[in-house]
Design a protein around this ligand. Structure first.
Ligand code: 5AD
Ligand code: SF4
Length: 484
């Protein structure tokens, strides 16, 4: 596409179809960029800050792909010519962080009035947030949401080519969409690994969760598009991919020719040159025997599964709208462990959901004790306006939640350390990810089970998979050495 857009006729109106329309605006901005660079005598810089999950990280790579094609240079300095925050709203503290940054931006913008500031992501899907920005942070230039990231170039062009002296804030947030625009540029953070969206949105409406409201209904990408993207990534040096979806286990149900996630995984598994496959997130209610079977027989699918528990109390799970019980979750785990005894299990747990009693919390502790997770993300329940749980009475007092949270975290860390210790002495394949910034002469990588390992090595090893002896366990990671 790069070559084609250089010859694009810019005297005609923008095309109506996507992605051609966006390439038209990218070309227009490329021409503008050349002029700006010549005027300023320096390149223009862009700083993209990402909050939240892997989905957001992948969205930011898409935005960076477009920015880079336009001609922006990426920087991590927030005093850039273009600053964008890709926001998260899953918990209240994610929102607070963004407001903190916005306060700072006011200062930078005073120093550089030409600076462009943009906000996108899940927070922008909330009307109250956009209203607050409109009144309190009036110097934000562009706001868009989770459904129209593909329109990034068009929105930027609207702003850049707006001739009025009083440029107004551009707000373009969609409630939902069916559109999936393929074939736009993407700038990967890592050369050797990549996330790949397989679906967008969520239909589950867990009662505490805001995601279905801000990410819209489930939409699956066509399997052919996914396979094509992964093949291109592999040809470009990627050895590990993470298939991304809010609930990958319901992938493909609404396609014209329905296909299961297990069937997709099998197709991905057959891609030559690809070495490792991960996926997240799996909802326990939809995890099929077929998926366990495909995982068991694959050499590429990593022996690691993220299986959010949220709570161990069947009573709370019902109110959370999770559609499984403590018993059925434990049965599922037993089935998975029977098929793959060496599997590493990780989870998400919420403490302090409205009405959580001591007995409910004990059930959570009990599941943790029985499953023995390799690691777990623990969250204090955060009230999200608009979700059913926010309206529930008997919110748990803060000090009770805090005490339970500390107890849970302590036990999770102890189990994690025991599991790490048990793995010491083994030789595992490690994908080298980076040079170790703290220790000279060391590199850092991950095992298939996603454990971090530090070992002697150099930059030339980045992106390679090497056998490493896990010599010493350090709580949650290892020190190792390459086995010749
Ligand atoms: N409060 C606390 N944690 C939450 N999560 C989702 N919504 C909330 C909330 N309102 C957690 C869940 C989910 C993870 C991504 O974030 O554990 O799995
Ligand atoms: Fe939120 Fe539940 Fe959907 Fe996960 S499955 S994104 S927790 S609503």
């Amino acid at each position: 596409m790069t070559k084609i857009i250089e010859t694009m006729d810019m005297t005609v109106a923008p095309p109506e179809t996507e992605p051609e329309r966006q390439y038209y605006f990218i070309r227009k901005l490329q021409i503008w960029m050349e002029e700006r660079k010549a005027q300023l005598g320096r390149p223009l810089t862009a700083c993209v800050t990402t909050f939240g999950c892997q989905m957001n990280a992948r969205d930011s790579e898409k935005i960076l792909g477009i920015l880079q094609m336009i001609g922006y240079e990426e920087t991590d300095q927030e005093e850039a010519d273009l600053v964008l925050y890709n926001t998260c709203t899953v918990r209240e503290n994610a929102n607070l962080k963004v407001y903190g940054h916005l306060g700072q931006l006011k200062r930078y913008k005073k120093q550089n009035p030409e600076m462009l500031t943009m906000l996108c992501g899940c927070m922008m899907q909330e009307k109250t947030v956009v209203d607050k920005i409109k009144t309190s942070y009036r110097n934000v230039d562009i706001i868009f949401g989770t459904h129209n990231i593909f329109k990034f170039a068009e929105l930027l062009a609207m702003r850049v080519f707006d001739a009025s002296a009083k440029k107004r804030m551009i707000v373009d947030v969609w409630k939902d969409t069916d559109a999936i625009v393929e074939e736009l540029p993407i700038e990967r953070k890592y050369s050797f690994k990549s996330g790949v969206n397989i679906m967008f949105g969520c239909n589950n409406f867990c009662s505490y969760c805001i995601v279905p409201y801000v990410r819209g209904r489930e939409r699956s990408r066509e399997p052919e598009e996914i396979i094509k993207e992964i093949k291109e990534l592999v040809a470009d040096g990627v050895v590990e991919i993470m298939l991304l979806g809010q609930n990958v286990n319901s992938y493909g149900k609404n396609l014209e020719h329905p296909i299961t996630f297990a069937q997709l995984l099998k197709q991905v598994d057959e891609i030559e040159g690809l070495e490792r496959i991960r996926f997240m997130t799996s909802h326990p209610k939809d995890l099929s025997d077929e998926l366990i079977d495909v995982m068991t027989h694959s050499k590429k699918v990593c022996r690691q599964l993220h299986l959010p528990l949220q709570s161990g109390s069947s009573r709370l799970l019902k109110i959370m709208n999770r559609h499984y019980t403590k018993e059925s979750y434990l049965e599922l785990v037993a089935k998975i462990k029977k098929a793959m005894p060496d599997i590493a299990l990780t989870t998400d747990i919420i403490v302090g959901f409205p009405g959580e009693t001591e007995e409910d919390f004990e059930d959570t502790m009990d599941v943790v004790e029985q499953v023995k997770y390799d690691s777990a993300f623990t969250f204090i329940y955060s009230k999200r306006t608009g979700t059913p749980a926010a309206a529930m009475e008997d919110q748990v007092p803060e000090e009770v939640v805090k005490a339970r949270f500390d107890r849970l975290l302590k036990r999770i860390q102890e189990i994690s350390a025991e599991k790490t210790q048990a793995g010491a002495g083994a030789v595992e394949d490690v994908l080298v990810e980076d040079v170790n910034k703290q220790e000279e002469g060391y590199v850092t990588g991950r095992t298939a089970k996603n454990y971090l390992v530090h070992f002697p090595g150099d930059e030339s090893m980045i992106g390679k998979i090497v056998p490493v002896k896990l010599c010493e366990s350090k709580g949650f990671y290892y020190y190792g050495k390459v086995v010749e």
